[in-house]
Design a protein around this ligand. Structure first.
Ligand SMILES: C[S@@+](CC[C@H](N)C(=O)[O-])C[C@H]1O[C@@H](n2cnc3c(N)ncnc32)[C@H](O)[C@@H]1O
Length: 309
């Protein structure tokens, strides 16, 4: 299967307020679900789309053939977006979308190692040029680092127990496959957890994927790059899929849309600088119940949008 159903599609298109002659950026192209819809709204406008996964860029060539004058695909980390766009003479854009996490094709191609459903090498790299794999983390990180990863990036209740079991298991030989890791995870899960709906390795696998791809650091940098690129009235729309990501986006948007807190001495006498951004939505935008029924991947999605004044 090589499909990806875009999440919160209508909300993204409405939120970006697309001007047909404008310049837009999709920082997470995937299988182009959001990109296709943006392209339909453009006349002489242009969409620049990034993905760090070469298979996404390769699959996107069909869309480039359909929209040769309005779509440019760039194989790079979105943290490099400002530099890559500058090279193309673009300094400001009218709208940006970030749809975080993995795409369905990445997950469905079990040889990539993202899935806990099939046995495959423990890879999990979005960018195949990267050296660090999930296997390296699992076989070299200490207990404290592993339990931090499982707790912080996966909200995994058995974070410490899984970390301890991994370190014990690797004294017998390296852990090289997703199947081995699933067995280790299941071995420390209490019966009531194993009986719950959803796969018992889901949270730990998500956490390991986030660590392998350094997703939180990339997100922090990516948000700064994206907001620096926005033209006046330009908007940035970000879809997150877990609590850590959403907290980061929420706090960053808050810092850009409010005047800084406590100020002392001479600072308190100077008029604070007006924020340069406003929140498009005060409340986070969530998928409808129907969208969650139609596309299970949408169930944890949260959308936040910010606008440059
Ligand atoms: C959820 S999918 C996007 C799906 C897309 N919106 C669609 O509708 O088809 C996320 C994509 O972002 C890419 N990605 C994640 N982090 C990235 C980063 N730091 N730089 C560039 N691409 C990234 C992944 O490789 C993946 O293809």
């Amino acid at each position: 299967m090589d499909e990806h159903t875009p999440v919160l599609l209508h909300e993204i298109i409405a939120g970006l307020n697309i001007r047909p002659t404008g310049t837009f950026v999709d920082l997470t192209f995937g299988r182009g679900g959001h990109a296709k819809e943006i392209l339909k709204s453009l006349t002489s406008g242009h969409l620049f789309a990034f993905d760090r996964d070469i298979t996404a860029i390769a699959a996107g060539q069909v869309l480039v053939a359909n929209y040769p004058a309005s779509l440019t695909l760039i194989h790079d980390n979105f943290t490099q977006a400002a530099i890559r766009l500058m090279e193309l003479g673009i300094h400001q854009v009218d709208g940006i979308v970030m749809d975080l996490g993995v795409s369905s094709p990445q997950f469905d191609d079990y040889t990539r190692g993202f899935s806990y459903r099939e046995d495959a090498p423990l890879d999990m790299r979005m960018d195949q040029r990267q050296r660090l794999t999930a296997e390296i983390i699992v076989n070299t990180a200490d207990i404290a680092t592993l339990s931090h990863i499982f707790r912080e990036y996966g909200d995994e209740p058995q974070a410490f127990q899984i970390a301890k079991a991994i370190v014990k298991a690797r004294t017998l030989g390296p852990i090289t496959t997703t199947g081995q890791l699933v067995t280790i995870i299941k071995s420390v899960k209490p019966q009531k957890e194993l009986k719950k709906k959803g796969h018992p390795a889901k949270q730990a696998f998500q956490a390991l994927r986030i660590a392998t791809n350094d997703e939180m650091v990339n997100l922090e940098q990516g948000l700064k790059v994206a907001t620096s690129l926005l033209a006046p009235l330009g908007r940035l729309a970000v879809i997150t899929f877990h609590s850590g990501e959403d907290r980061l986006v929420k706090n960053y948007f808050k810092s850009l849309t409010t005047t800084s807190g406590s100020r002392y001495g001479i600072e308190a006498m100077i008029k604070p600088e007006e924020p340069k951004f406003t929140l498009y939505n005060r409340q986070v935008i969530l998928p409808t119940a129907q969208e969650i029924i139609d596309n299970h991947r949408a169930s944890s999605a949260k959308l936040r949008i910010i606008q440059r004044k």
